[in-house]
Design a binder for this molecule. Structure first.
Ligand code: CUA
Length: 193
């Protein structure tokens, strides 16, 4: 037994040195990957102005369509007396109400949305608008659209068999055109009537 250990000792030490070196190399690679991921999160957070969910605000799903903020006549875009623009919308299997949303360019726009059946969500084109819509909760999101034009707004949470057909359009109007349309105080949308 004692004769075996001196002869096997050198190869053992050599393989240990190799495995330590390999492990250290992997540790450096993993640390580099983690550093890249953290830098990516910081970059996208700052560059795209990604925002965490604002706060927890609940809404009664049973009376959603009957009373309160999300009745059908209150959905769409509203210009408040304080000059603030609010878009109210509901997601349901498999559409958004309203199906076509009007917003102004170069003005803060606050979205307030909820879902009536399953979890939905939406993103708008190449903007930073990206939120989930969860039954019983109000999602809020404030952003500024820098350019006028039309954007697509797909549902981005799998919500059932009709998920990929669930999307709305967003019309970004020049500020002056929007203000002249919204001055009456009624709820705006671009759904063809
Ligand atoms: Cu609604 Cu996916």
């Amino acid at each position: 037994m004692s004769a075996a250990s001196p002869s096997s000792a050198p190869p053992d030490h050599a393989s240990e040195a190799v495995s330590v070196a390999a492990e250290r190399r992997w540790a450096y690679i993993v640390m580099a990957i983690i550093a890249v991921l953290i830098l990516m999160m910081v970059f996208t957070g700052l560059h795209w102005a990604s925002m965490p969910p604002s706060r927890v605000e609940t809404v009664d799903i049973k009376t959603l369509h009957i009373k309160g903020e999300f009745v059908e006549s209150n959905l769409g875009t509203a210009l408040g007396s304080d000059g603030k623009v609010t878009v109210r919308l509901i997601a349901q299997q498999y559409s958004f109400v309203p199906q076509c949303i009007v917003v102004p360019a170069d003005m803060p726009v606050t979205f307030r949305g909820t879902a009536s059946d399953a979890i939905h969500g939406f993103i708008i084109g190449r903007t930073n608008v990206n939120t989930m819509l969860i039954p019983g909760f109000v999602a809020t999101f404030t952003t500024i659209f820098p350019r006028a034009g039309e954007q697509l707004m797909p549902c981005h949470e799998y919500c059932g068999t009709g998920h990929e057909a669930m999307w709305a359009r967003v019309q970004v109007l020049p500020t002056a055109e929007f203000l002249s349309k919204a001055r009456g105080g009624e709820r705006l949308s671009c759904v063809p009537s």
